[in-house]
Each structure stands twice: as C-alpha cells, then as structure tokens.
Design a protein around this ligand. Sequence first.
Ligand SMILES: Cc1ncc(COP(=O)(O)O)c(C=O)c1O
Length: 392
Amino acid sequence: MTPSRLIRPLVRELHAYVPGEQPKIKGLVKLNTNENPYPPSPKVLAAVKGACDQRLRLYPNPTADALRAKLARLHGCAVENLIVGNGSDELLALATRAFVEPAEARCAQCGPPRAGQPCVWDAKTTARFVEQGLSARTVQYFNPSYSLYPVLADITGAVRNAVPLAAGFTLPGLADLRRGGQWDFRAALSFITTPNAPSGRGYCTAELEALCRAQKGVVVLDEAYVDFARENALALALSHPHVLVARTFSKAYSLCFQRVGYFIGHPALIGALHKIRDSYNVNGLGQVAAVATLDDLPYYRRNFRKVIATRERLGGELTALGFEVFPSQTNFVMAKPPRFPAQAWLEKWRARKILVRWWPHPEVKDFVRISIGTDAEIDALVRAAKRILAGR
Ligand SMILES: Cc1ncc(COP(=O)(O)O)c(C=O)c1O
C-alpha cells in the first residue's frame, strides 16, 4: 500500500506555510519573526508561574470567559462579540472554513453532482451564492500581505484572489479597484492586513471603511500589529455586521509562546466560529497570561513607545546608509538595501549572527524585513551594515 494515496489529493498537493526560522545559535540577534524584544510584565510571569499547580490536570475554560469579559470591558463590547483562539492564526483558519465554500465540494452521500440533480448540500451552497450574490468560493487578499492567507485558501480548496497593492504598498482606492477589475467586491472572504505586513504601511480607517462598505462578503481586518500604529479600525467590527477585526497577544504583548489571539465582530459571525473551533482551543496558561496582561496595560504601553522610538531611529540610520526604508506603523521595517541584492544582505548579516527576513517572491524579493529589537540589537545590526558596506 502507498500511504500517500490515503491522503486527500488536495492535501497531498499543499505547500505548508513557511514560518520564519527559529535557529538555536548562541548570541544570535533574532530580528526575523516580529517577536517583541521585551519580556512579558513581571506580573504576567508571576501569574503563569502561580498557575502551574494541580490545575494542570483539569481542562481549561472552554470559552476563555474571564479573558473575554476583560476584553469586552476594554473594547466596550459584549462577550458575544468575542472569540479567543490559539493565536489569531487559528481564527483566520476558522474564518476560511466558516465563510468560504470549498472549490470542489462533493457530497459523500450523493457522489459527484449530476446535471439537474444537485445534492442537498450543493443546493444550499448554490442558494447562498445566488441569494447574496457572493463569490462563495473566493478568498481574497492584497499582495503582498500575510503569507498565511493563500495557504488557508488552499487548505480549504478555495479560489485565491491575490490583488496587487498600489505603488509603495499603499492601499488602492475604491475607484482604482473598480477600474482594475480584479478585486472582487463579492468575495466570500477578504483578508486585509492593517497595518500591512510585510511592508509596515499603516492604512487609514476612513479608507478601510469605504472598502468594507463596498464588500458583500466577510472582511477580516487583521490588526496583528495595530498597537504600534496611529489608528485602529476596531469600531468597524462593531458597526458593520460583515466586518471582523483580528487581534493578537503575540506581538505587542510579548506572548507568542502562549498562542492567544481574538476576533471581534457581530455575534452571528462570532457564533459560527465558536461552532467549529476545538472545544478547548485556548490553553489554560495562555488564558491566565492574557488576563494578567490586560491587568498591566501601562507596562505594555511603555514598551510600545520604546519599540516605536527604536523603529524611527533605525529608519533614520538605515536611510543615512543608503537603504530605501518604507514608513512603518508596526514593530518591523521593510527596506531596500543598497549595493547588494537583498538576499545577499540576509546572508551577510546572518554570517554576523544577525537574522532578518527575506522572501524570494517577485513583489518583495528586493527588500529585507527587520523586526525591531532592543536598542542594543539594533545598534549591532547597524554596526554590521556599516562593516558590510565598508567591505569588512
Ligand atoms: C499579519 C499577521 N496576522 C496574524 C499573525 C499571527 O499571529 P498569532 O501569533 O496570533 O497567530 C501574524 C504573525 O506573524 C501576522 O504577521
């Protein structure tokens, strides 16, 4: 027997998401995965340590109730507007499963659809498609943006619609999107990374609102980096029933390790996601850590300010060295390096134990993305850049 033949053809053909490297090299300056350079607050560490007791034998709260109650107070919404996930990645995946029809859905009972005799499930799908005028099988996103979206579309067997951003990775205006003809205003699901990754560009809420108003399907505004930005679009999730905002504790709140993210939106959409998540999708220590985080927000707000100050300083220093630096509203900067191709910079920095991120895709291959580290880490990166340029 060939075991691979037991795997669904769609899964056999899939290319898995490629996360940034996590090498264990001593003394490495790791600026490749947008982790926060500052530790969680001492109160969070104490809360997690304090929870390492006999509780570990019990299942955690299935709906992260304490955390949702605190988030509801913070954001001025109801707990029904919130779902917590095993990182926001889990929720992005659930959204794809909940709102998008697989491209080749076949009912196991009825077999392949026959002309004039759609099976009951296909009939329901078609009804949704026709009644709402949706491109029910389309997952749509801008290019470049978070490279997980196409992977999620492929896992679902959906149709991907990757639409180029405008010059300088800015958000195309509605008129341009209409004129361009590629953006699908009927897409079942549209992901918008705001501020954008990997460019770092911030988008203004008024522009996002205009786009959301024009969409018929679900729009997920992925605000993974929003705490480092000037504006956020949370209000859109509470005023438009088809808009969800995604947030995470990974970046601004130094909790990647614990995997906690959440969505805010209309109870009908949030309720659909609750139906299809794992029963205990958020681990207990993660819930404890996230609750303690919300009890110590001033600590994190000080860190946001430090990260932003370091980001602005890095931008200035790289510009002075001849890099073309995009304005950033995140905890990373994207820059086009001088003299050598971006991939060569990746290797040259790596040889000096400094890790940044580079992708081979045509629209971003000329750039490196540098996560904001501590001031000392950024000093090391800039010093190394000066040596590289001096040929040392
Ligand atoms: C744009 C964007 N969204 C979501 C995530 C996932 O975050 P989480 O750690 O909450 O799964 C990332 C992580 O890199 C990201 O860059």
